[in-house]
Ligand binder design. Structure first.
Ligand code: HEC
Length: 197
């Protein structure tokens, strides 16, 4: 705190500056001008290059160590998240179709099916792209004693054939349209559907 009663003596006052300080007589080579910053890196005990390489080395070590730790994660070998029981259960089988011998009616039926629009409304195992959800999943249709919501008996290929040839005749008002199949197409498709137990 300042007060009005400072000693009036000169004791302790700064000595007057020498008229021309030798240090400032000539511009210093280390003065960079501008903001007046002084680049002292040439006098550092550690060179800037050494600092840079230390940094590069640290980055490389981090990357390598990170990769090693990731590779050591047991989840990669056992297919589970590390340390937790597998909560997903056994792997889900793809909707595999039945194995069909070439040349059989069922084999040809699968080929006919693939050219029809059935797959737009039905999931059909073994038929690529048949993922429709308008009608019932045809997986296991051959094992159903009744189809079309219980309205139509299904005792075998003949019943399936009659259904797909003319659904309306079997169940008036059904949402399944008449696809205009030929008798031969319907026979083969029914033979294929019979394999979907
Ligand atoms: C426009 C959509 C559509 C198309 C295309 C279609 N279906 Fe369907 N299908 C349905 C619907 C809806 C039902 C259910 C009918 C009902 O319950 O009245 C059905 C029912 C069935 C059933 C009985 C399944 C069960 O378990 O009840 C079979 C078999 C079947 N369709 C076969 C075929 C075949 C084969 C084709 C191609 C030739 C085909 N469908 C094309 C809509 C379709």
């Amino acid at each position: 705190m300042h007060s009005e009663s400072e000693p009036a003596s000169d004791a302790g006052a700064l000595a007057p500056r020498a008229p021309s300080s030798p240090a400032l007589a000539e511009p210093s080579p280390f003065l960079t001008g501008g903001a007046g910053l002084y680049d002292h890196s040439a006098q550092d005990p550690v060179s800037p290059a050494a600092g840079m390489w230390a940094g590069v080395t640290a980055v490389v070590i981090s990357i390598v160590l990170g990769g090693v730790l990731i590779a050591m994660n047991p989840a990669f070998t056992n297919g589970k998240a590390a340390g937790t029981p597998n909560q997903l259960g056994p792997p889900v089988e793809a909707a595999a179709g039945p194995a069909l011998a070439p040349g059989t009616p069922a084999f040809e039926g699968a080929q006919v099916l693939a050219t029809k629009t059935c797959g737009g409304c039905h999931v059909i195992p073994g038929i690529a792209g048949a993922t429709g959800a308008v009608g019932p999943n045809l997986g296991g249709v051959a094992s159903r004693a009744k189809i079309a919501g219980g309205a139509v008996d299904n005792h075998g290929a003949d019943d399936l054939k009659a259904w797909i040839l003319n659904p309306q005749a079997k169940k008036p008002g059904t949402a399944m349209p008449n696809l205009g199949l030929t008798d031969d197409e319907a026979t083969k498709i029914a033979a294929f559907l019979e394999t979907l137990k």
